[in-house]
Design a protein around this ligand. Structure first.
Ligand code: NAD
Ligand code: 572
Ligand code: ZN
Length: 353
């Protein structure tokens, strides 16, 4: 067993609204089913920034200081007594949600819907933006040599893209509309192309983000700023050479975007709602959706998606590194969060090692 020489466990702790502090906490000890990890890169997610700025998302309220971060990877330093699948020195991607494993959702395979899931950096559970972190070995995925720790961390948002594409049943030859070109829209563009979509159109209200979408494989992009829902729908159809998208993945959370998508989508189409703004519910044109027999599905995180996300990266079918615009050290976490909050980058990654 490798000795731990450092005594510090610097951690990015959300103490109160807009107050993130780098503090030294104890190095945790792994339970028998866990591994202790020396943390590497941790991506900043919109939810981390939202907790920093509001101390709450929907009914999830930060009542005690909470370590942020859930897009992460690290290196195994110590294994619990029951762990047979990992060894010291393995580099792993961390799947942040550990479900109960016993409820009907877990047993049925939809463990993302487990009501007792312990998800990193979702109150009351700490996240992994720290130097040392213990995690269930069953939710750590060993990285092959050709996959970096940074790519391992980005398997988290990529898994959201894998799950959403599965829920929308994207396959060969599909015409796909991805609404929103933030990190989540972009991973959905990448996965849709990897799944064989023949044309992907991506929308946003920001030209810089749309340039990013083109670089991530989107065939066409549309800036919908100032367009009515009907005009946006007409322009989407024009970009698809007068065809309607048969698959939509909504990743903006904006009501006008979801409404335009319902106007644009083909009869019999499938639409996955990924964008969630828990405080603003959506009012959608359901009569239009119903007359076209549109299937609308929710998307809540992911289940059984890490292995596929890892294969997409390891095989070179998806280049998830393209998302990273900024890198910071753990001690500069406050600057890193400001970069994301100010909309300067797409994916900001903090290195904990
Ligand atoms: P983001 O804020 O970086 O990206 C959203 C993008 O939508 C931005 O680029 C914004 O300019 C664009 N946008 C705003 N209004 C628009 C409009 N009318 N039409 C088209 N685009 C518009 O956020 P993100 O990290 O990419 O996440 C996207 C959404 O997905 C968020 O709502 C987030 O909470 C949600 N999310 C959901 C899940 C889930 O499990 N369902 C998982 C992760 C993220
Ligand atoms: O990567 C997981 C993830 N999930 C997000 C957002 C960002 N990252 N979701 C949107 C917010 N919900 S929630 O139910 N919640 C705070 C638990 O409102 C979870 C999914
Ligand atoms: Zn996230």
């Amino acid at each position: 067993m490798a000795p731990i020489v450092e005594k510090e466990n610097l951690s990015a702790l959300l103490v109160k609204k807009d107050d993130l502090q780098i503090v030294n906490l104890d190095i945790p000890k792994p339970k028998s089913s866990q591994v202790l990890l020396r943390m590497g890169p941790v991506g900043i997610c919109g939810s981390d920034v939202h907790y920093l700025k509001h101390m709450q998302i929907g009914s999830f309220i930060v009542k005690e200081p909470m370590i942020l971060g859930h897009e992460s990877a690290g290196t195994v330093l110590e294994v619990g007594s029951e762990v047979k699948t990992l060894k010291v020195g393995d580099r792993v991607a961390i799947e942040p949600g550990v479900p109960c494993g016993r409820c009907s959702f877990c047993v049925g395979g939809n463990y993302n819907l487990c009501p007792d899931v312990e998800f990193l950096a979702t109150p009351p559970y700490h996240g992994s933006l720290r130097q040392y972190h213990c995690h269930e070995a069953a939710f750590c995925f060993k990285l092959p040599e050709n996959v970096s720790l940074e790519e391992g961390a980005l398997l988290e948002p990529l898994s959201v893209g894998v799950h959403a594409n599965r829920k929308a049943e994207v396959t060969f030859g599909d015409l796909v509309l991805v609404c929103g070109a933030g990190p989540i829209g972009l991973v959905n563009v990448m996965v849709a192309k990897a799944a064989g979509a023949s044309l992907v159109v991506c929308t946003d209200i920001d030209d810089k983000r749309l340039d990013f979408a083109l670089n991530c494989g989107s065939d066409k992009v549309l800036n919908v700023r100032g367009l009515s829902e009907i005009t946006a729908a007409e322009k989407i159809i024009e970009l698809l050479q007068n065809r309607r998208p048969n698959r939509v993945i909504e990743c903006s959370g904006a009501q006008s975007s979801a409404r335009a998508a319902i106007h644009a989508i083909a009869a019999g189409g499938k639409m996955a709602l990924v964008g969630l703004a828990p405080s603003d519910d959506l009012t959608l044109p359901m009569i239009t959706a119903s007359c076209k027999e549109v299937s609308i599905t929710g998307v809540f995180r992911y289940a059984n998606c890490y292995p596929t996300a890892l294969n997409l990266v390891a095989s070179g079918k998806v280049d998830v590194k393209k998302l990273v615009t900024h890198r910071f050290d753990l001690k500069d976490s406050i600057k890193a969060f400001a970069t994301t909050f100010n909309g300067e980058g797409v994916k900001v990654v903090i290195n904990c090692s």
